[in-house]
Design a protein around this ligand. Structure first.
Ligand code: AMP
Length: 127
């Protein structure tokens, strides 16, 4: 599988500080920031800093350190927004879109963490 990474995508520009973002957390390998168009009271995106197009690209080619760091940041964000059921949060949803059928708009891996309201069923049934 060969993915071509587009250096001009908007998250790449965020990583180069060419456009601003509302940072939640930053580490050596990962960045999380508020989604510019939130669909719930809490809507945070977590991205790796490396040039990965989507989840399967990342898992196939990233180092163990990058993968651990990315997953740890997702967990840290869930704690920061108070969404974990284990700490009396009301829950959350993690989504990562890929490709055409997944309706991925920005071709840099990102996980959406969404919480703060009842989210209903994950995907609406086909009509
Ligand atoms: P996806 O459809 O999964 O690729 O999601 C892309 C997400 O990026 C959408 O939820 C957008 O609202 C979000 N987004 C696009 N541009 C920005 C930006 N400059 N800062 C924060 N979020 C953004």
């Amino acid at each position: 599988m060969d993915y071509q990474y587009d250096n001009e995508n908007i998250f790449s520009k965020i990583l180069r500080r060419e456009i601003p973002n509302e940072t939640v957390l930053e580490t050596k390998h990962s960045l999380s920031f508020k989604d510019i168009n939130p669909v719930a009271p809490n809507h945070v995106l977590v991205i790796p800093k490396g040039p990965y197009v989507n989840f399967d690209h990342f898992i196939s080619e990233a180092s163990s350190d990058e993968i651990l760091d990315f997953n740890s940041m997702i967990n840290d964000v869930i704690k920061i927004i108070g969404a974990a059921p284990s700490t009396d949060g009301f829950g959350y949803r993690i989504i990562s879109n890929a490709g055409d059928h997944g309706f991925q708009e920005v071709p840099h891996l990102h996980v959406h963490i969404i919480s703060g309201r009842f989210l209903g069923p994950m995907v609406l049934p086909e009509k």
